[in-house]
Design a protein around this ligand. Structure first.
Ligand code: SF4
Length: 187
């Protein structure tokens, strides 16, 4: 096999962003470079209240290994994480706590609702259960299932990585983002 053919079979760790390359140099935009760094170093905050949290534990284990996507560094401190993963049934009494955790996270931050309960209340259509966390905080990606398998959770992470990698650096200062926060009563 020639050296060129051999190079094609070597998997790349991360997709190279669009840009200009030549002998000894590669140039791209700041936005793309920042997006590349952010998407491959997401620090999740697992907000796990019930069974979906167990699936997340499997996702972190050696078989599925979330570290492959740069997300092995879990943080239980909102100020040191940028990906809120909500997994499990959220009782209405728990709502203000979840909201507070979200508010305490520094920008830029993203949210995944993992499983039917976090996404819509799931089978618990009762007076005490929040019918989806998007009633109190904005959600970027929803992962369906009761519970979702680890592959689905990983798929949710890949979707978030797409969003993060392509997000404009100006988005958080835009009027649309301001309006979104105001909609949730977050200033
Ligand atoms: S979606 Fe199903 S598995 Fe997940 S927390 Fe709700 S009841 Fe449990």
């Amino acid at each position: 096999m020639s050296e060129k053919q051999n190079q094609k079979t070597i998997p790349t760790v991360s997709e190279i962003p669009d840009g200009l390359s030549g002998k000894g140099f590669f140039a791209t935009s700041l936005e793309k470079a920042v997006g590349l760094a952010r998407k491959n170093s997401l620090w999740p905050l697992p907000f796990a209240t019930s069974c979906c949290g167990i699936e997340f534990m499997a996702t972190m284990g050696s078989h599925y290994d979330l570290a492959r996507f740069g997300s092995e560094r879990l943080s239980f401190s909102p100020r040191q994480s940028d990906l809120l993963m909500v997994m499990g049934t959220i009782a209405k009494k728990m709502g203000p706590v979840l909201r507070e955790v979200y508010i305490q996270m520094a920008e830029p931050k993203w949210v995944i609702a993992v499983g039917a309960c976090a996404s819509s209340g799931g089978i618990f259509d009762t007076y005490s259960v929040l019918q989806g966390i998007d009633r109190i905080i904005p959600v970027d990606v929803y992962v369906p299932g009761c519970p979702p398998r680890p592959e689905q959770i990983i798929n949710g992470i890949l979707k978030i990585q797409d969003l993060v990698g392509n997000e404009s650096l100006r988005r958080r200062n835009s009027k649309e983002y301001d309006d979104l926060m105001k909609h949730y009563g977050i200033e």
